[in-house]
Design a protein around this ligand. Structure first.
Ligand SMILES: [Zn+2]
Length: 211
């Protein structure tokens, strides 16, 4: 059923290099007043995104579903290079999806989970609806679910590069707000990370079953 299907995995931004330096722009980190994050009080979004996507890779491996990461271990590859890799490798498959993992920051203490797809109605909207339902099912009692039902689906729409330049259906996930202390603590909970990874897997399986 999953023959010729590939999941292209994108963990947003850069990570921590071998010298211990966080490689991404200042907006992709936040210093909380107390510790317990990636570097004392510092929450590094790119590190969290990589941790989540490593779990997703483990689960896909167990299921025998093909996947290709398009991000570097710690460098912040340009979005164009990430998308170009996915679009090239997609020539080797007939079906696939692109999943971009992020955590959010608002500067105004917002909380919650939200999903983005490109404008218009595409297969991406169906995938985003599956993902919204799976996250709600796995985590709905612990996190805030943010939705935009104005166009009769759960996701928000934006012309993000990875959504509009990919040739396969694509979703971008904003997993809670790392500059909100409560959300940031939830993101550091390993069971919650596992449940977010699980939601991606269940979404992928549901989508494969419709092909
Ligand atoms: Zn991000």
């Amino acid at each position: 059923m999953n023959d010729n299907f590939c999941v292209f995995l994108d963990a947003g931004h850069g990570g921590v290099d071998p010298q211990g330096n966080y490689t991404t722009a200042p907006g992709k980190q936040y210093q909380h007043n107390s510790g317990g994050f990636h570097n004392g009080g510092w929450f590094y979004e790119g590190v969290w995104n990589r941790h989540l996507m490593a779990k997703v890779q483990e689960k896909l491996q167990r299921l025998g579903i093909a996947f290709i990461p398009v991000y570097h271990d710690y460098l912040d590859f340009p979005l164009s290079y990430r998308v170009e890799q996915a679009n090239w490798y997609f020539r080797n498959y007939r079906r696939g999806i692109f999943v971009s993992a992020h955590a959010n920051a608002s500067g105004v203490n917002a909380r919650g989970f939200e999903l983005y797809t490109s404008p218009g109605v595409t297969a991406s909207d169906r995938i985003a609806n599956y993902m919204y339902e799976e996250v709600e099912d796995l985590l709905g009692d612990r996190i805030v679910m943010r939705q935009d039902l104005s166009d009769s689906d759960y996701d928000k729409e934006a012309r993000f590069y990875v959504l509009v330049r990919t040739v396969m259906p694509a979703v971008l996930i904003e997993h809670l707000f790392f500059d909100n202390l409560n959300d940031a603590r939830l993101l550091m909970d390993e069971e919650i990370v596992d449940r977010f990874a699980e939601a991606q897997i269940r979404t992928i399986i549901r989508y494969i079953n419709t092909l």
